[in-house]
Design a protein around this ligand. Structure first.
Ligand code: NAP
Length: 289
């Protein structure tokens, strides 16, 4: 298939090569053009503009936030052929997904929300978990491509923004786990127990899930740069979860707390750190740093 890929940050740069390797003709575009160089060296085509990346059967967007996606959406809408599909991988708002759904439908184009779970190394292996939603026709067009980049795709119905809601709920849980691990590790470390020993014990008994193992290992390693998933993006996601909760009349007091914690990290100039850098707050408050 002729496929466009817009957004070659940590995630996009890891995902797009899998589409090239699968034999698709992939046109890539990124705001900072040098990030396309390794992709082009690997067989992708350099698109001069987002519009040039959108003239094929499908175009992916994997951009930071709503503003970034809105910044390229006019070009995509104007260039994607009728019957083409825009596959939106970014973690964006429910409201923007609804807006894009309508705008693409008005032009006879398809729109699929397909936000992903998994960090860049997982993305590089084509092993993302993907929450997808869109009309059956749109999903049928997107699925062969989603199968290349993910190990599992679950479809949440024909309204694309349902997948965005699932993604925001999942990230809400991920940030909860990160904050909880940070606090638990500060507690034992202050009492003289090795953080690694706590993690090893818990993850080999009651807490065997990848989220505890992987995020816990990152917290123990204290290596928060370069970020795999930047704290500033997690702060954005908790804001989007809060907005979705407000619009649906759902109370999420824990989300309010997490927004304040991430806000403190970002306002302190550490938003570029990995999300697991959130553990620094509990450690510092305990006098450990
Ligand atoms: P990232 O490394 O910060 O990359 C962000 C991308 O967005 C870059 O290509 C950047 O271009 C582009 N961008 C930002 N603002 C833009 C603008 N105004 N106009 C055009 N392009 C703009 O982020 P990431 O980690 O790849 O994350 C991308 C999305 O995936 C986010 O929605 C994030 O929440 C979600 N996500 C991330 C992870 C993860 O573990 N990292 C996992 C699942 C989902 P430049 O290169 O020019 O800056």
């Amino acid at each position: 298939m002729k496929v466009g890929f817009i957004g070659l940050g940590s995630m996009g740069a890891a995902i797009a090569p899998n589409l090239v390797r699968a034999g698709h003709e992939v046109s890539v575009w990124n705001r900072s053009p040098e990030k396309a160089d390794p992709l082009v060296a690997g067989g992708a085509i350099r698109a001069a503009t987002p519009a040039d990346a959108s003239r094929g059967d499908a175009v992916f967007t994997m951009l930071a936030d709503d503003a970034a996606v809105e910044g390229v959406s006019e070009a995509i809408l104007a260039s994607l052929p009728a019957g083409g599909v825009h596959i939106s991988l970014s973690t964006i708002s429910v409201a923007l997904a609804d807006k894009l759904t309508e705008a693409h439908a008005a032009r006879g184009q398809h729109y699929v929300s397909a936000p992903v779970f998994g960090r860049p190394p997982v993305a590089a292996e084509g092993k993302l978990f993907i929450a997808a939603a869109g009309t059956p026709e749109a999903i049928a067009k997107a699925m062969p491509l989603l199968d290349v980049i993910g190990q599992r795709v679950q479809v949440f119905g024909d309204k694309p923004s349902a997948a965005n809601l699932v993604k925001l709920a999942g990230n809400f849980l991920i940030v909860n786990v990160t904050e909880a691990l940070g606090e638990a590790m500060a507690l034992v470390a202050k009492g003289g127990v090795e953080k690694a020993d706590l993690l090893d014990f818990l993850t080999s008994t009651l807490f065997g899930a990848p989220i505890y193992k992987n995020y816990g290992a990152l917290i123990v390693s204290e290596k928060f740069e370069p970020a795999g998933f930047a704290a500033v993006l997690a702060a954005k996601d908790m804001r989007l979860a809060g907005e979705a909760a407000d619009s649906l009349g759902v109370s999420m007091p824990l989300n309010d707390l997490l927004r304040a914690r991430l806000g403190r990290l970002v306002e302190g100039g550490e938003g570029h750190l990995d999300l697991t850098g959130l553990s620094l707050l509990a450690a510092r408050d305990a006098g450990l740093k």
